[in-house]
Design a protein around this ligand. Structure first.
Ligand code: PGA
Length: 254
């Protein structure tokens, strides 16, 4: 059985002191919930402080981006080697990176390879734009993104996939549980074709896009959905705790 995972992507929110406050408010509540992996992804500059605060707790840590070179003259970039000292997970290929920072499928593949090389666990994001969705191209788009991101990667055991339809991110317009489940099932089939049945059965695939305490249960009840990548609602203590709790409760019956 796949362990569900809820990751909070804080994006470019929280100063260091705000990050510390948020973690302090989340920590105890999260520690009281079982059977769900929970990962916080604060901005880079808060990783060190958050890492200290979550020592001995159930919370795992992730970063939101990385550069694919290990070190060198790349002013302003953060390397996989720097991150592996601090955290376990790394969000790669988020649609905001693709859209605002021109990250191509090729760059994303390099980042996945670089992350795996040092032992980071990628949360690989894929998803279609609104017009692609309306044109019936969802399957084609996510299949291409998945294949390109995984070029040269033989072992999927460290990777988590997040299906995030772009039209659902930050818009308050989430996909329905059924829609998300259908696309995630297609992604799982793709994994089966690219690798094998066991790999497809074991890989965790999350849904992301306007997940809140109000709709979390709808997503988590779906058989193919193994958790969520949560943006806006991960900055609100009650919301995030409720999403993790609902996920845990559903797992008991799923
Ligand atoms: P959202 O963001 O929950 O605010 O829609 C999700 C994400 O971008 O990972």
């Amino acid at each position: 059985m796949r362990m569900p995972l809820i990751a909070g992507n804080w994006k470019m929110n929280t100063t260091v002191s705000e990050a510390v406050k948020l973690v302090n408010e989340l920590r105890q509540g999260l520690d009281e919930i079982d059977n769900v992996d929970r990962v916080l992804c604060p901005p880079f500059i808060s990783l060190v402080a958050v890492r200290e605060l979550i020592k001995g707790s159930s919370i795992k840590l992730g970063a939101q981006n990385l550069y694919f070179e290990e070190k060198g003259a790349y002013t302003g970039e953060i390397s996989p080697l720097m991150l592996i000292e601090l955290c376990e997970f790394i969000i790669i290929g988020h649609s905001e990176r693709r859209q605002y920072f021109n990250e191509t499928d090729e760059i994303i593949n390099k980042k996945v390879q670089a992350a795996l090389k040092v032992g980071l666990r990628p949360i690989l994001c894929i998803g279609e734009r609104l017009e692609q969705n309306e044109a019936g191209l969802t399957a084609e788009v996510v299949t291409k993104q998945l294949k390109s991101a995984l070029v040269g990667i033989d072992d999927l055991s460290k990777i988590i996939i997040a299906y995030e339809p772009i039209w659902a991110i930050g818009t308050g317009r989430a996909a329905t549980g059924k829609q998300a489940n259908q696309t995630i099932s297609l992604i799982r089939n793709n994994v089966s074709q690219l690798y094998d049945k066991k790999t497809a059965r074991d890989v965790r695939i999350l849904y992301g896009g306007s997940v809140t305490a109000d709709n979390a249960t709808e997503f988590m009840q779906q058989p193919e959905i193994d958790g969520a990548l949560v943006g806006g609602a991960s900055l609100k203590v009650d919301q995030f705790l409720s999403i993790v709790k609902q996920t845990s409760e559903i797992r008991q019956v799923k």
